[in-house]
Design a protein around this ligand. Structure first.
Ligand SMILES: NC(=O)C1=CN([C@@H]2O[C@H](COP(=O)(O)OP(=O)(O)OC[C@H]3O[C@@H](n4cnc5c(N)ncnc54)[C@H](OP(=O)(O)O)[C@@H]3O)[C@@H](O)[C@H]2O)[C@@H](O)CC1
Ligand SMILES: Nc1ncnc2c1ncn2[C@@H]1O[C@H](COP(=O)(O)OP(=O)(O)O)[C@@H](O)[C@H]1O
Ligand SMILES: [K+]
Length: 490
């Protein structure tokens, strides 16, 4: 699990750690990690052309020290100081002593064009608001590809907002980011995450001084631990039964895909509630599913997935499923029938357009401030909100957030959201909390998207669904109920 901390938390941890270390020691740890990554990116440090862009703060200090170390190893290092009077004094002295040259702004474009590596040390966690003035012009040059070199952001791409993942104005677009101490929201939440490039974490020893993070990014091991593990005494009811209220004459495929997702999410049984014509299609594809016309008569379930491809005219059914007092997942058309606030466990799965409608804002506004709006909706409806899209953010009303690291734009295809809704509903029925069900489902779904893309180039939702069992098998590994019992193994 990667923890993500706020600037305030990082500063407090740095202060506590620095109080126990000699002056400058923490920065040297950061610089050592930065130089290691840069050297690995260069085709040899000796003779390489490195350009350092240095702002007024410690971020500029990191970059100047790294430039100095690379110069000592034979690199041609140039530095552009954005604020020469306030440049980091020790870093600048070390840079000059190592043979680094200062380049004025007029010559910066030429230096960037010839660079093998550009170190973006304009702003780090002290940055607020987009870049301005000369810094904005340099960032625009980089963004326009006016360098042949790799752009390496120090700690963060300058100009992004560290704590929100927003890009309030001009910012650097990096190929790599070398970040220190812990994760930052800007490295995992779009639009800022996109401009971080490949993120390298450098441990500078902050761990013991950081609080337990509100925002986390799961990994394979976390997901393996969270996935339901049927015991030897399990039966189809004890594993959880999930009800799926989805699909319509207009969108029968949504029912087929949601039921398919649900069948692979660990629930012991799937009950489909919908019109006969759709139920026929569902059962043709999934004979193991039970079907009935409405939530009231289809039979007992432990959780409901409601809304994918439901269309209009099913408001009574939606009310019945949401009013059953069970954990619910609400997707797509079901989102039009939300109660004032949820009293029980609930997981909402809007895309940006749907969340925009719910909150009465523009879609672009949701996409620009994904974390903010997911959190706002979670508080407003007292539900976990899984906001789909380029980075899937899962926000709980208690403030916890999980950001999904496995997403891929290969998933941007009609029907993949229906698969996700079924899968997450199945996990709810299996006893996972809405936060766990949403984040585990998004993780597996993203991996299935990656695997499907590897197999078919441009996968359809059916390809993603077909890839799910293999992904879940890999995630569960050989341990657990899926393993062959030692006494019966051949
Ligand atoms: N502490 C430690 O031991 C360690 C710290 N480390 C490193 O320090 C970094 C944090 O350094 P930092 O706190 O000095 O802030 P930093 O990001 O360099 O910027 C502050 C300067 O920018 C200015 N400024 C702000 N916004 C602006 C804008 N939009 N456009 C233009 N200017 C703007 C602001 O000016 P002000 O607004 O205050 O006038 C101020 O002068 C951190 O990311 C990591 O790299 C590592 O070495 C590990 C050990
Ligand atoms: N650019 C993207 N990058 C990663 N994932 C994406 C992107 N665009 C869409 N997705 C994912 O694809 C799925 C689409 O779901 P949704 O919008 O509900 O489509 P549908 O209703 O057609 O199934 C979601 O899981 C979403 O997170
Ligand atoms: K930076």
């Amino acid at each position: 699990m990667i923890g993500v901390h706020t600037v305030e938390e990082i500063r407090a941890a740095e202060d506590a750690l620095m109080a126990r270390l000699p002056d400058g020691a923490l920065m040297q740890r950061a610089v050592a990690g930065l130089v290691t990554v840069c050297a690995g990116l260069l085709d040899g440090v000796y003779g390489a052309r490195v350009v350092v862009l240095a702002g007024a703060g410690n971020n500029g200090g990191d970059a100047l020290w790294a430039g100095a170390r690379l110069a000592r190893r034979g690199a041609h290092a140039d530095a552009v100081l954005l604020n020469p009077d306030k440049a980091h004094a020790e870093g600048l002295a070390a840079f000059r002593a190592a043979g680094g040259r200062l380049v004025d702004l007029g010559a910066a474009a030429g230096a960037l064009a010839a660079a093998d590596l550009v170190l973006d040390g304009i702003l780090g966690i002290g940055g607020r608001g987009g870049l301005r003035g000369d810094a904005a012009e340099l960032a625009a040059l980089l963004r326009a590809g006016r360098t042949a070199g790799a752009v390496v952001a120090v700690d963060l791409s300058s100009g992004v907002d560290p704590d929100t993942g927003e890009t309030p104005g001009e910012h650097v677009v990096a190929d790599h980011t070398v970040t220190f101490g812990t994760g930052k929201t800007a490295l995992v939440v779009d639009p800022a995450a996109t401009v971080a490039g490949v993120v390298h974490h450098v441990d500078i020893g902050l761990g013991p001084y950081l609080p337990s993070p509100e925002l986390t990014v799961l990994d394979d091991a976390d997901v393996a631990t969270l996935l339901p593990d049927p015991g030897r005494e399990s039966d189809k009811y004890s594993r959880g039964v999930v009800g799926v209220l989805a699909g319509s004459a207009q969108f029968p495929g949504a029912a087929v895909l949601a039921v398919g997702g649900a069948l692979h999410g660990g629930a012991g049984m799937v009950r489909y509630a919908g019109p006969d014509a759709v139920a026929v299609e569902v059962r043709q594809r999934w004979p193991e599913a039970i079907a009935g016309p409405s939530p009231d008569v289809v039979g007992r379930v432990q959780a409901w997935t409601v809304g994918s491809g439901l269309g209009d005219g099913r408001e009574d059914d939606v009310r019945a499923a949401l009013g059953a007092g069970l954990p619910v997942l609400v997707d797509a058309d079901g989102l039009r029938g939300l109660p004032e606030r949820f009293a029980g466990p609930a997981l909402l799965t809007p895309h940006a357009g749907e969340l925009a409608r719910l909150l009465g804002v523009e879609r672009a506004e949701v996409e620009a401030r994904r974390l903010h709006h997911a959190r706002a909706a979670a508080t407003r409806w007292n539900a976990v909100v899984l906001l789909k899209g380029s980075t899937t953010v899962v926000a709980a009303p208690d403030g916890r957030v999980r950001v999904n690291p496995t997403g891929t734009s290969a998933l941007a295809a009609a029907g993949t959201g229906d698969v996700l809704a079924g899968l997450a509903g199945s996990l709810l029925a299996g006893g996972l909390s809405p936060l766990d069900a949403g984040s585990v489902a998004a993780y597996a779904h993203g991996l299935a998207g990656q695997r499907a893309a590897a197999g078919s180039g441009y996968p359809s939702a059916a390809d993603v669904l077909a890839a799910l069992p293999g992904v879940l098998r890999s995630l569960r590994g050989v341990v657990g109920a899926g393993a062959v019992h030692p006494l019966t193994a051949e």
